[in-house]
Design a protein around this ligand. Structure first.
Ligand SMILES: Nc1ncnc2c1ncn2[C@@H]1O[C@H](COP(=O)(O)OP(=O)(O)OP(=O)(O)O)[C@@H](O)[C@H]1O
Ligand SMILES: [Mg+2]
Length: 247
């Protein structure tokens, strides 16, 4: 079943076209790696699907509806530079914010909410940091807090923009395990990722983007030399070093 339908969207900033005529059908229960060079429009694609920026043309539906009507079912962890880390709040408060979409106005936090938050803190290995101010944490710790918050929202679709930036290898493995479990439960995940060598192990679907859609589909058939070359063009020498090309 298609959970997200992207029908011919084009996006510009100040009349400069950055995405052209993108068509995608995202199927539930899969982990998609969104891959392409810097400036390819990966973050822009997320923002357009999420209704945070208005496309010049085209249409997006999520669960067959306008994103505004299904926001609760979707969670977004933005790229690190897009977040203000200086606001005063504790780790616990921020992770608990993941529960708010499930609450009615003035409804209290209950034991179930606390249990879900506790589990997310444990899953991300940040239980011991819960009383700390977010601004005082290291970059990788902050990233784990925002992923814990996303887990608490119990959404059906996850948009994660470079979730592994600044986190250590153990944490990266912990996060990818959790993401794979979520996919096995039928959730849909879209993950912007720069490390080409780990992509085939992490994602069962790939979207290759460079202002236009280069290719998308099953990792085995999509994440192949011809498509990677098309997406990265002149930066090919870097690809040789990953061992993905020239085997
Ligand atoms: N708010 C903005 N105003 C103007 N131009 C923007 C804005 N945001 C992004 N752009 C431009 O749009 C293009 C696509 O940017 P985007 O952030 O979507 O790329 P990306 O694939 O996420 O790159 P990265 O891998 O560096 O995160 C780039 O050329 C960028 O400079
Ligand atoms: Mg980006």
């Amino acid at each position: 079943m298609s959970t997200i339908s992207v029908k011919g969207i084009s996006v510009s900033y100040d009349r400069k076209r950055v995405l052209t005529n993108i068509f995608l059908e995202i199927e539930e229960g899969n982990i998609y790696g969104v891959i392409g060079p810097n400036g390819a429009g990966k973050s822009t694609l997320f923002k357009a699907i999420l209704g945070l920026i208005e496309p010049d043309a085209g249409e997006v539906t999520v669960f067959g509806k306008d994103i505004k009507d299904v926001r609760k079912r979707v969670v977004y962890v933005p790229q690190r530079d897009d977040v203000d880390w200086q606001f005063p709040a504790t780790v616990y408060d921020i992770v608990m914010m993941g529960r708010y979409p499930h609450k009615k106005i003035l409804e209290r936090i209950n034991e179930n909410d606390k249990e879900i938050v506790h589990q997310a803190l444990k899953d991300m290995g940040i239980d011991h940091l819960k009383e700390r101010q977010i601004g005082e944490l290291s970059g990788g710790q902050q990233q784990r807090v925002f992923i814990a918050r996303a887990l608490c929202q119990e959404a059906e679709i996850f948009f994660l923009d470079e979730p592994f930036v600044g986190v250590d290898m153990t944490t990266e493995e912990r996060i990818i395990d959790i993401l794979k479990k979520l996919a096995a439960q039928g959730k849909t995940l879209l993950v912007v990722h720069h490390d080409l060598s780990s992509a085939p192990e992490y994602f069962n679907k790939i979207i290759l983007l460079n202002q236009r859609l280069i290719a998308y589909g099953d990792t085995k058939t999509t994440f192949v030399e011809e498509n990677i070359k098309k997406a990265y063009g002149a930066q090919l020498t870097i690809l040789h070093k990953t061992g993905l090309i020239g085997k």
